[in-house]
Design a protein around this ligand. Sequence first.
Ligand code: GSH
Length: 203
Amino acid sequence: MKLYVTVGSPYARLARMLVAAKGLYDRVETIVAKTRTAGSPYYAVAPSGRVPFLILDDGSAMEDSQLICAYLDSLDGQPLFHAADPDWSRARMEAHARSFCDGVAVWIRETYRPENERSPGIMVHEQTRANRMCDMFEHAVLSPAWQGRPGMAHLVLTAALDFVKDRGFGDLTEGRPALAAWLGRMHADPTVVAAPVTMVTSG
Ligand SMILES: N[C@@H](CCC(=O)N[C@@H](CS)C(=O)NCC(=O)O)C(=O)O
């Protein structure tokens, strides 16, 4: 299979985390895609132009980190991050984490625009949302579910928090000791360590 990613995308990092956690390096070739570029050859592979994007062995294509992660986790019949039966408490956690990640992606993407094209209103809106949600996470991470075995919610929240910090927009765990301790634990997790925020690539 071929997994298309970019170096800094938090969504692509989730797929990379799954490749690491499930030991799929020999089955999945990771390729850095050229996104957000007019006429990129990547658009012939992925019409949406987004990452992550997975080409299966039979040539069929799959996009969206949620679907790709569930698929990669299912391959050996022993999912690590997805419950076989619906687990509503974990599903709720993941939805909160994804909502947070979607917001920070909009916020940071806005900063990629030339300064005179940025919307200060959108940036403030997203930054405020991110802070509100981190206040919620500060309490939530003390619960047994967040303290327990990592699931997709844990990976998504980690990828999003790291993305903001890595891009130079601050440490959202600052002043939030429970969230900081929780993230510290996640950074010690082999899954997270194996798929760092940015990756070294030969291109
Ligand atoms: N909901 C999608 C979001 C994927 C996404 O927005 N990826 C961004 C990178 S963080 C992207 O590919 N951007 C390229 C573009 O907008 O053209 C997922 O979970 O995979």
